[in-house]
Design a protein around this ligand. Sequence first.
Ligand SMILES: [Ca+2]
Ligand SMILES: [Ca+2]
Ligand SMILES: [Ca+2]
Ligand SMILES: [Ca+2]
Length: 404
Amino acid sequence: MKTHSDWDYLSDSFELSIGTDPLVEDTDFDGVDDWSEWDNPDFDPLVYEMHYSYFEIGRELVLGAFCGEWLADEHDSVYYMAGWMLSGFYGLGDIRDIGASIYRLDGLGILFNAFSLLPFLGDVKKVSATVTKFAAKNPHMIFSIAVFSVKHVDDSIGMVKSAIGKDTVEYLVKKGYSEDIIVVFYKKGLDLAKFDEILTNHKIYESSPEFALFLKTQIKGGEILSKRVTFDAKKIIAAEKAGDTRRLSGYLANIKGAYAEDLAKRDLVTDGIDVIKDISHVNAGGPDMALRSAHFDDVVETKFVQSLTVSKLKNYVIRNDITGEYVLNAKYIGMHLGGEFFTNSQNQKRFVLYLNGPQSADIMKNLKQKLPERVPFKYTSTDPKTQGQIFEGTFEIVIKAVNK
Ligand SMILES: [Ca+2]
Ligand SMILES: [Ca+2]
Ligand SMILES: [Ca+2]
Ligand SMILES: [Ca+2]
């Protein structure tokens, strides 16, 4: 059965897969619901955008072509800029026809097609100059301008520089983002300059000095490996724009969680250690991964928090109210990792809690005082082969604290 928690016609599980919020109809707050934006290839449900009707787009395009720089500060739409750009290469009559076709055919394909021909028609530098002029007249638009130009005209760092400025690009490079990565982010609709500003304001770099490196590891050869990180980043920007501090701090906690999971992976998965299950997802619950080495089977849970009490770990270790003793929450772990984790190996099992952050050493000390070194587990198999059989033993509790 599909669950629909909001009213945007997309099921919760589908929303998680495309990064939109299952509890919010309009994740990016731009006034158009998640379904409508997902359904329209010209828009992104995770990015705040100005929405124009096809009639308005056609009109802006023609006005931009005819009036260019003259009315640029009164028309802050990328379509005005598009018309202005095209006017250097196409005749005004042709641009008027493109505008009319957009209106008639209900789509922007013909416009993007015109742009794709620009490199053959001549000098892309001319386009860059228009981008710079338009961005200077509409500084609140620079992100949309950058995305539009990189996506549809020319995906070079030069184009990004024309839109967001040479200084901003240089500043981002100094932060540890390479030029290639900057282009990829803008092409994917992520406002890296804005994102960096939010991270800086919330002191993320201070508490996580390897954060830029983390973002880099999410990208390889121009491809974003982890969709989740881009999703989180886009949601952070949208929530900040809408001034929704509650959602903003939730999303920031998510991306910090992803960062800590990445650290854990880099730290714990070394030679001779296999990842037998990787289910890290902050919103999805469950431990982050299961590891296997020659002698150990580890359940790894990562936390990046200011404080942590034993009761917050009840998915992993539960205190028996009567005896006061701790036992492993084998049911929860079996539910997420599958019963095989308990049934198919004789290795010593461990619960590894990986803590990151300035408070992690104190949290570790406090938890170690309260928790025993080992807890018993008892797992009743639900696998068809071993149905009802009971697997018992002990779990070692290993806590690791880092501040990276
Ligand atoms: Ca929904
Ligand atoms: Ca939604
Ligand atoms: Ca929206
Ligand atoms: Ca949008």
